[in-house]
Design a protein around this ligand. Sequence first.
Ligand SMILES: [Zn+2]
Ligand SMILES: [Zn+2]
Ligand SMILES: [Zn+2]
Length: 431
Amino acid sequence: MAERIPCKTEGCSSTILPTTAAKTGGICMPCQQEQVRQEQQAYIEQHRRTVNLYEGLTDPIEILKVMHVPRNYDPLIQYVDYPHSKEQIYVSLTAAEAGQMLKYAVELLDAGNEDEAEQILLSLVCYRNDDISEALPKLIERNMYYPSILFKDALPEIRERLLQQVEWDDDNRNHLLLILSWIGDTEVVRQFEQWRLHPPKWAGQLFVNHDVYSLEAGWELASNGEKRDLISERCFAIRLTGEQQVGSGTETSAAHFLKTSNSNCPWCKRKLTILMDADTTHPSLAYLGVLMERLQVATCEHCGGFNTIYMELDQQGEPVWSLFNQKPDYLPNWDDKDSSVAVEEIKLTVSSEPHSPYYAASWTLTQQDSQIGGHPSWVQDADYPHCPCCAQRMRFIGQLDWADFDQYSEGIFYMFICTEETMTATLYQQS
Ligand SMILES: [Zn+2]
Ligand SMILES: [Zn+2]
Ligand SMILES: [Zn+2]
């Protein structure tokens, strides 16, 4: 057998066969691969062009059009980011400009560019809560029944048509039920109640009970057949301090976020976290009519990732671990040193102006999701926990998306309340 010789690269301790050395000029394969990689990198850096697609553009419509065009990754092109995000631009459009975007989306649909059209329509609906009902016949024409939230403002004739279609259209029934849930008007609620009393023949083909669909749109069919809202239309963003430009300082003390509690989690023995401590008269919470001055929502940041955590609020509004909490069979063994960002280092504030209640309703768009009120950004299926006392579903009051504050984190903590027993709950979802 041929004697192995050392790789010529300084610091490399590998040995290689003489045949390899002949091929590579005396270095080992990993070193050769590294050499090739470095050469490619040097080539890219030398030849990379910086491209600013927004150069000279001042019209927000033109800027958004550019933003919506999908870009193929090319290592030789470095694109300059626009200084504002897509959602910031959408929010600041005038009504006339938004109308132009809607018109453009319809043109894209006519041209068969469904993906871009869908993103524009979704942005108009979520970030602005704009009525796009004039585009809905086009979507139906093209069999585009998803994302269902696009249909929330559908006119009665469309709702009527879809109510009939759901009876026979086996292929689209799931999406149609979601669409009807988003429409959620008295006719839809009446029909859902009819289906509950007299289950339709197609009910057996659904994956879930048909009244679960309404949860995706933030309401449930109460036992008396009425619509019971599980969300609040009043919605305020929660942002890192400093990112929030509009600053009347008085408003911001209305809510604090992410404080370490004095109490410990009975399961993992770590300190609990107060996700939110907010003034109950703040416009985002006043509708709840809670009698306490402040509303605190606490959870265990660790165990709360695995289980619903209920907290009961005492007379002073102090959260107390609920005896209804059921320890899951499995909880991981966290080591003492925690790699995640300490919550105390994250400084958050609630924005002084409300935004669209649908702002974060589509988790797949690019916005930050943290907010008080509005529709949740469900990463998985909609899930409103049942109150362990009164068995009603609890109402959503806000959410914190870890990805908003920490680039290495993800996952959303959702907060709920039952005002009857002043019980709060948290749930956690991640992709
Ligand atoms: Zn080597
Ligand atoms: Zn715990
Ligand atoms: Zn209750």
